[in-house]
Design a protein around this ligand. Structure first.
Ligand SMILES: Nc1ncnc2c1ncn2[C@@H]1O[C@H](COP(=O)(O)OP(=O)(O)OP(=O)(O)O)[C@@H](O)[C@H]1O
Ligand SMILES: [Mg+2]
Length: 407
């Protein structure tokens, strides 16, 4: 099972739109569960015009098994059963404070329930903001999928802060006093632990410029604690962290470059680490039908499925090229990259822009349905290369995180 959160930190960028349509696209091939973790005002059930019986309330407060609270698509929405693998855990119709602000027990129950689901993919629609209700559902090795829209440049700094917060959370979990005895070799004295924690405090304090990011943090603690095994592990962990994103409402290279790619790479490097580079998992173009789909409560993919639109000529060829370009399909022996800077990989911003430019030059599809399918193909390809690149197999508890690092 692969659990993939769709997050952004900022509101209104298209998280729910992507989560819903990606889950639908996946459900044509896989058992897919979509979970609404934004029980506040942006309820996912408003995006689907169908009756929903049981929801997360019945699981958390009424003792129903989670599997029994999942709903498939109504027959009227999917008469041909094309999205047979789709099931959803909705949030309540009305505001229920206990569900919006999960306490420790309810959150643990929900996490256990999700971890025991039988599905190939679980997509989490994450609420805006960076707090424990968000961070506790994110993977520790990667971001899941971050969503950006060129219309909201400020989302890039929030997303970089989210990456920082995920890494801090792991640092804090590892530096609980009981971790002391597990630090093999020499034991770390409580004075030294305090010292280590104070460097983490300084790193977290953005007004303290002496430890601006994790690179500086490691420089300081490596020198001070050369015997501590956890430091090199943590360092490897930060430099292997994967940042994945999808550009929503993609409307051209220049605006995406200026409003998203460049600022995001800069914020990641300055706030987190110069070793981090984001991976583009695709894009979704702006489309009036998508905007209307939320107003009509009819998901875009379902709307399109029954519209029977003719395929644009040459579309298959363009899609095949795009798949090859993004590494979804192996390159043929004869194909060559028309742009050598792609291979050099020396500058992350340039590399990202090259990919976007080539998408557009080669006639990147203007069809959102192909866009969603493309993200599916990217997930399949990444899933094959590493289980830690995008998403997670289970949502880890703090104790499980400590076990991973200290054994
Ligand atoms: N590619 C797109 N083309 C046109 N409209 C879009 C597109 N993506 C999203 N929208 C519209 O933008 C609005 C916000 O999208 P959505 O609700 O998915 O964002 P969100 O990030 O989940 O917001 P929130 O933080 O409130 O949960 C919706 O009206 C949606 O229909
Ligand atoms: Mg939403």
């Amino acid at each position: 099972m692969k659990i993939i959160p769709i997050a952004s930190g900022k509101g209104g960028v298209g998280k729910t739109t992507l989560a819903l349509n990606l889950a639908l696209a996946l459900s044509r091939q896989y058992q897919t569960v979509l979970i609404d973790l934004d029980a506040g005002t942006s309820s996912l059930r408003n995006f689907l015009q169908m009756k929903i019986g049981k929801d997360i309330y019945h699981f958390l407060k009424k003792g129903h098994p989670l599997e029994k609270c999942l709903v498939g698509l109504d027959r009227s929405l999917d008469p041909e059963n094309l999205f047979a693998g789709f099931r959803m855990l909705a949030s309540p119709r009305n505001f229920i404070s206990d569900i919006v602000n999960l306490n420790y027990q309810l959150k643990a129950k929900l996490i256990r329930g999700i971890n025991h689901l039988r599905a190939d993919y679980v997509i989490l629609d994450i609420k805006a903001g960076i707090d424990e209700q968000v961070l506790d559902f994110l993977p520790i090795t990667n971001t899941g999928i971050l969503v950006f829209t060129p219309k909201m440049k400020a989302a890039t700094i929030t997303a970089a802060e989210m990456v920082r917060a995920v890494l801090f959370r792991v640092c804090r979990i590892l530096m609980k006093p009981k971790a002391l005895k597990l630090d093999s070799g020499k034991t770390l004295s409580s004075k030294d632990l305090q010292m280590l924690v104070s460097v983490v405090d300084r790193l977290e304090d953005v007004y303290n410029r002496r430890v601006p990011n994790f690179d500086h943090f490691f420089l300081q603690v490596e020198e001070r604690f050369p015997e501590t095994r956890i430091i090199p592990r943590l360092k490897r962990f930060v430099s292997n962290f994967r940042v994945n994103f999808v550009l929503n409402q993609f409307d051209g290279i220049e605006t995406s470059a200026e409003n998203i790619i460049r600022p995001f790479v800069e914020h990641l490097n300055s706030l987190v680490s110069a070793n981090l580079a984001p991976t583009n998992l695709g894009w979704v173009v702006y489309h009036e039908d998508i905007r209307n789909s939320s107003e009509d409560a009819l998901p875009y993919l379902i709307m399109q499925q029954y519209r029977r639109k003719p395929k644009i000529s040459g579309q298959d060829r363009i899609e095949a090229e795009l798949r090859e370009l993004m590494g979804v399909k192996k390159k043929s022996l004869t194909s060559r990259s028309p742009n050598p800077s792609i291979e050099s990989g020396s500058n992350e911003v340039t590399r990202q822009l090259d990919v976007l430019r080539r998408m557009v030059v080669r006639g990147a599809s203007q069809d959102p349905e192909a866009n969603f399918d493309f993200v599916v193909a990217r997930l399949q390809a990444l899933g094959k290369s590493s289980i830690h690149h995008c998403g997670m197999n289970r949502i880890l508890s703090p104790q499980e995180i400590r076990n991973i690092f200290y054994t």
